[in-house]
Design a protein around this ligand. Structure first.
Ligand code: PMP
Length: 322
């Protein structure tokens, strides 16, 4: 991952130079993790130009997170949608990762952020698959983390708030320090919840299973795409609590996420999953997913938002790249 090729950032309604997109050390979000919600979105190169994958659903999740945290965005949904496309165009990216973030800025450092402005930023940068091209092809080695995924009664798991990612960062650092590629977090009930930034799917006897909303997971948009793709391919997809036993007995397992895309798991704590390499169901779902995001599948064209034909009506005062 590199920020070297990023020149422009959308910040509070304006496109500004990367070097000017800065905040003060007294920013509430820096002290208390009150980046109240953010999104992770990918834009892919397609034969018809760059296309943002499932932008509508990401905007819906952003605004649902806002509602959960009781925060009113100072911009309309359309304006944030337009900002996403503007930042891609300004930087002339054909593919990239996009990070809108809404946070409490500088005003006071009381826990209640009542005197802090709500700031909105949209960044974009080129980002290779999170767990590597090798991970996509051969699968990754994961470990069950000693850290548990927080319970939704502690804070809403279905919102993407910055502070809650300290839980994910602990898990991923522990996993990497012990020589693994990624972690899997159990939930408070002892079931397998998800990865630090990915949902989990298990396959046994051709049936696909993944957690549901009650199992302390983020309701991933890639998860939803994969569930649709898998049932279109003719597989049964069930939602329900995943146990450690099911993980140990799975023929195949894979992770899904905007950053990690569809990454097979080849080992859990040194024990091979199935035969120790990506299985057929994972392969087929992965192929169909990449065809969809790259605009090679008419069936899933509805999931693509073509940047050059963006229909969002945004209010951006300064477009210095024109
Ligand atoms: N779980 C967590 C904790 C995540 O951070 C992510 C990444 N946003 C996911 C699952 C996957 O969600 P999505 O497919 O929407 O990126």
């Amino acid at each position: 991952m590199s920020f070297d090729r990023v020149n422009w950032v959308w910040m509070n309604g304006e496109i500004v130079q990367w070097s000017k997109a800065t905040i003060h050390v007294s920013t509430h979000a820096l002290h208390y993790g009150t980046g109240v919600f953010f999104e992770g979105i990918r834009c892919y190169e397609t034969p018809e130009g760059p296309a943002v994958f499932r932008l509508e659903e990401h905007l819906d999740r952003l605004f649902a997170s806002a509602q959960l945290h009781g925060v009113k965005l100072p911009y309309l949904r359309n304006e944030v949608g337009s900002a996403v496309c503007q930042v891609i165009q300004a930087n002339q990216f054909s593919s990239c990762y996009i990070r809108p973030i809404v946070f409490f800025g500088s005003g006071a450092l009381t826990l209640h952020p009542r005197n802090c402005p709500v700031e909105v930023v949209v960044m974009a940068w080129p980002w290779a698959p999170l767990l590597g091209q090798g991970g996509l092809e051969h699968g990754v080695r994961v470990t069950v983390s000693p850290w548990r995924k927080f319970h939704p009664r502690m804070m809403p798991a279905t919102a993407k708030a910055s502070g809650q990612y300290v839980n994910s960062v602990l898990a991923v650092r522990d996993a990497v320090e012990r020589g693994f590629d990624e972690a899997l977090l159990l939930n408070v009930e002892g079931g397998v919840a998800e990865g630090p930034g990915e949902n989990l799917f298990l396959v046994r006897d051709g049936r696909i299973r993944t957690n549901g909303a009650r199992h302390s997971i983020l309701m991933g948009i890639t998860r939803d795409s994969v569930m649709t793709i898998a049932s279109d391919l003719g597989y049964d997809v069930d939602e329900g609590a995943l146990s450690v036993e099911e993980l140990a007995l799975a023929d195949e397992a894979f992770l899904t996420g905007t950053a990690a895309e569809v990454t097979p798991i080849r080992e859990v704590d040194g024990i091979p999953v199935g035969r120790g390499f990506p299985g057929e169901v994972t392969r087929l779902v992965q192929q169909a997913f990449f065809a969809a995001v790259r605009g090679q599948s008419a069936r899933y064209r509805r999931w693509l938002h073509f940047v050059d034909e963006c229909w969002f009506d945004g209010a951006c005062s300064a477009m210095p790249w024109i």
